[in-house]
Design a protein around this ligand. Structure first.
Ligand code: NAP
Ligand code: HSE
Length: 446
């Protein structure tokens, strides 16, 4: 029986349910997921129907009992709000629990006392899910990019407003109606003011800026403007001028001061922005978020993905839980395995012992594009079509595009078919007298 890490979940709503569902279904995930056990779950209404299969006896309304339970190793705060979340997190820390939270509102306002308490207690507080939902951005900033001097971070950090702006742009829909859809889909906060007025994005950029620039950010100094005043007319004019409107959150090191000896000054702000259509952030649509980080010496790196919703946010929560579990595993093993060899962090040092089975390229199923030169005479396209059909390749289109030196250029796009069948068909076609040249195939991204 592997080591088991006991988890206490505070909240079983959108994110809590997604988190429980990952832990309860460990197949084909990292082996450490099997070592997690959901010991207790704290909710407000224990009789509510839930889309997760947990034994009823683990569900309780006694959240205080969870954070003080000596058997629990990691407290996962996915209940939201400031109180009682703040007091429960602080109490969990005082009781020596590591904490994982998705609560950006809490961290943006109370990181000072939470991290001070965590340092004193020697426990971790991890918050990957607090910014960008499922997009890994906190850990990359803390670890993979930590050698860089960060110049600027610009992001679409609120899924709800991006969803609303995208639908207004694409369908000219009504603001209130689209907002209701976002709430239904679990993207918007229970009180959507934080999303729509930009406060949620402000919390997130404050968290990211604190990490990137190594100092605390006073939320009151973050300029914040939301999207309520954006109309279909603004969107239309922006479109005609070659822009889309996005709610951007920006943190930038003040250029003048960064060249002088005075301590760095930052710009940290959230407001709707016209983004040129060719800019990478212009094409980040729906509930997707993206964070463009500019640093020295890395240059630009963009993180993109689902910024809200049950599964994506739970993915970030569980990755934090696993990071803590990996550390605890090394700690509990006394730093050595039973055979005396050093115990390495199981997430940093994977111990693969088997080769994966790889599908041959001939078995790939996708759409294909190919082009060939053939004699421009009756029956050629028919002959080609028959050959593809004999090889079980269904064609989406076959057209004669142009003529080169009295030869017809024929462009073919297939339906989703097996690559081996396309190659077989082309092998036969290359031998046709009427066919001059077949350069090869291109796979079409679905
Ligand atoms: P939610 O669906 O409203 O769920 C909240 C859960 O916490 C519910 O299970 C609720 O219990 C429980 N709860 C709340 N207050 C409680 C109290 N005083 N006592 C006992 N239980 C209480 O919220 P969510 O969308 O999962 O969000 C959770 C956190 O994740 C928030 O901090 C949010 O900002 C953050 N987050 C959410 C998303 C997202 O896409 N939703 C993405 C990133 C981060 P009942 O079920 O009994 O009512
Ligand atoms: N309400 C938030 C959003 C959830 O729409 O981005 C993710 O933090």
């Amino acid at each position: 029986m592997p080591v088991v890490f006991q988890i206490g979940l505070l909240g079983l709503g959108t994110v809590g349910t997604g988190t429980a569902n990952i832990i309860l279904n460990p197949e084909q995930r990292h082996p450490l997921v099997r070592e997690l056990n959901i010991a207790q779950v704290g909710v407000r209404s224990p009789d509510k129907a839930r889309s997760v299969d947990l034994p009823p006896e683990v569900v309780t309304t006694d959240l205080d009992g969870i954070v003080t339970n000596p058997d629990i190793d990691i407290v996962v705060e996915v209940m939201g709000g400031i109180e009682p979340a703040r007091s429960l997190v602080l109490k969990a820390i005082q009781h020596g629990k590591h904490v994982v939270t998705a609560n950006k509102a809490l961290i943006a306002r109370h990181s000072d006392e939470i991290f001070t308490a965590a340092e004193a207690a020697g426990v971790y507080v991890l918050l990957e899910a607090a910014v960008g939902g499922g997009i890994p951005v906190i850990e990359p900033l803390k670890q993979s990019l930590c050698a860089n001097r960060i110049d600027c971070i610009t992001g679409i950090l609120n899924g709800t407003t991006n969803y609303i702006l995208t639908r207004m742009q694409q369908e000219g829909g009504d603001f209130e109606e689209i907002l209701a859809d976002a709430q239904e889909l679990g993207y918007a906060e229970a009180d959507p003011t934080a999303d729509v007025d930009g406060f949620d994005a402000a919390d997130k950029i404050a968290i990211v800026a604190a990490l990137a620039y190594g100092g605390r950010i006073n939320l009151d100094e973050v300029y914040c403007e939301g999207i309520r005043q954006i109309t279909a007319t603004d969107i239309d004019y922006a479109d005609r001028l070659g822009f889309v409107i996005k709610l951007l959150a920006t943190a930038r090191r003040d250029r003048q001061s960064s060249q002088s000896s005075q301590s760095d000054r930052l710009e940290v702000r959230v407001h709707p922005t016209l983004v040129p259509k060719e800019h990478p952030l212009a094409n980040v649509n729906d509930v997707f978020n993206a964070i463009l980080v500019e640093g020295d010496p890395i240059g630009q790196v963009m993180f993109y993905g689902p910024g809200a919703g049950s599964g994506p946010t739970a993915s970030a929560v569980v990755s934090d839980i696993l990071n803590v579990a990996a550390l605890l595993k090394v700690e509990r093993s006394g730093s050595t395995k039973p055979d005396g060899t050093p115990m390495l962090d199981p997430l940093l040092a994977p111990s693969h012992q088997h080769y994966c089975s790889i599908r041959p390229i001939d078995d790939l199923e996708t759409r294909f594009y190919t082009r060939l030169l053939a004699k421009d005479e009756p029956g050629v396209i028919g002959t080609l079509g028959i050959c593809f059909g004999k090889n079980n390749v269904s064609l989406e289109s076959i057209v004669q595009i142009d003529k080169h030196n009295e030869q017809a250029e024929i462009v073919i796009v297939t339906h989703k078919v097996r690559e081996g069948n396309v190659r077989q068909a082309l092998k036969a076609i290359r031998d046709f007298d009427v066919v001059e040249y077949v350069p090869g195939i291109l796979r079409v991204l679905d």
